[in-house]
Write a protein that binds this ligand. Structure first.
Ligand code: ZN
Length: 101
């Protein structure tokens, strides 16, 4: 993939993650399917490091739950994550108003 698309798409992926994690607890596979639905073919090798980095940076919190004998990691947006999302929304609105006019 051309570098500029990859960079921009990975930014969009982070916005999707924050958006969904602010609404409800999400887990990796579910997020991957959601993104596929939007046309982002993202591998676990790309998605999981993004989730971990967003967790380390304080945007996501993690909770473990056991579902059918498997330990699953659920992510939710933290207060910092929700604030970041609000800032991103402004930037997205501004950008779309300009580039989609
Ligand atoms: Zn989405």
């Amino acid at each position: 993939m051309i570098a500029i698309f990859r960079d921009v798409f990975l930014g969009f992926v982070r916005v999707h993650i924050l958006h969904h994690a602010a609404k409800e607890a999400i887990y990796g596979v579910e997020m991957m399917e959601e993104l596929k639905h939007h046309g982002y073919d993202i591998s676990p090798g790309t998605l999981y490091p993004i989730l971990h980095a967003m967790e380390s940076a304080g945007y996501l919190s993690v909770q473990f739950e056991v579902i059918e004998g498997k330990r699953r990691k659920y992510y939710r947006a933290t207060k910092t994550g929700v604030r970041a999302l609000q800032e991103l929304r402004k930037k997205i609105r501004e950008l779309t108003e300009e580039v989609l006019e």
